[in-house]
Design a protein around this ligand. Structure first.
Ligand SMILES: Nc1ccn([C@@H]2O[C@H](COP(=O)(O)OP(=O)(O)OP(=O)(O)O)[C@@H](O)[C@H]2O)c(=O)n1
Ligand SMILES: C[C@](O)(CO)[C@H](O)COP(=O)(O)O
Length: 223
């Protein structure tokens, strides 16, 4: 299994003085936490996708983190998340047949979540992604803010990463050249079934300063 870790975002909503993946969380960068979490899942290879200006700092992180015999490559990302994923995919070796795409911003994702995604793809799913039931009622609104529909809550999931796919399926989905907020959407658009497996609250995406504080608390609580 190969893992593409996308870490090339700027982190506008976090508002830090550097790209989000290079912000410190309990003494290490978000990217370092993410890399350690990914390596615990037992990949054959990993590609870190980072901003062009952060290639050298990212390589220093790779040197610091023990990876045994796992190959860890570092490549520059694009302006959009979808482009960053595509560049990461291109950097995986030919031998990789199953790909997981993971947000560095979800750096505290437990290994059990990786395991559930891998198990679902290994048993034949074209794609598998973690998700949690939503607790709020969700409304669809138009441009005036007027509600146009209320989806049945039981059918909704808030989805996370890692998102796992058969490599050929994901490559075909990216070849369409369409942008989406996650990879599953590209694979769904090709007509493939993507299954949702159980996610985990600890796989939160660090997006705002409040999320960063929550991640600090989670790490402190886990000792
Ligand atoms: N051009 C981009 C945009 C996002 N990402 C990555 O995709 C993940 C999810 O994106 P998000 O959390 O929204 O990060 P940012 O785009 O950096 O956040 P913001 O929208 O606040 O700028 C992050 O790990 C981010 O680094 C990426 O690799 N390349
Ligand atoms: C892939 C993702 O994390 C799934 O929830 C999410 O869609 C990323 O979106 P963002 O707009 O890049 O935060």
């Amino acid at each position: 299994m190969g893992v593409v870790v996308v870490a090339a975002g700027s982190g506008t909503r976090l508002g830090a003085d550097r790209p989000k993946a290079f912000v410190e969380l309990a003494g290490a960068t978000i990217l370092e936490h993410a890399l350690r979490g990914v390596l615990a899942a037992g990949p054959a290879e990993v590609v870190l996708v980072v901003p062009q200006a952060q290639l050298a700092p990212a390589r220093q992180i790779v040197e610091r983190v023990p990876a045994q015999d796992v190959g860890v490559a570092v490549v520059a990302g694009g302006a959009e998340r979808t482009e960053s994923v595509a560049r990461g995919l291109d950097a995986l070796s030919e031998r990789v047949t199953m790909v997981l795409v993971h947000d560095a911003a979800r750096c505290l994702t437990p290994v059990a979540v990786f395991d559930r995604v891998v198990a679902a793809v290994a048993t034949g799913a074209a794609g598998a992604i973690p998700g949690l039931p939503v607790v709020d009622t969700i409304k669809v609104v138009d441009e005036r803010g007027v509600i146009t529909s209320t989806p049945v809550r039981e059918s909704l999931r808030a989805v996370q990463t890692p998102q796992g796919f058969d490599r050929a399926v994901l490559a075909a989905a990216h070849a369409a050249g369409v942008l989406a907020t996650d990879d599953a959407a590209l694979v769904e658009a090709l007509g493939h079934d993507v299954v949702v497996v159980e996610g985990d609250p600890r796989a939160l995406k660090i997006t705002t300063p409040e999320d960063l504080a929550r991640a600090e608390r989670l790490l402190a609580a886990s000792g």
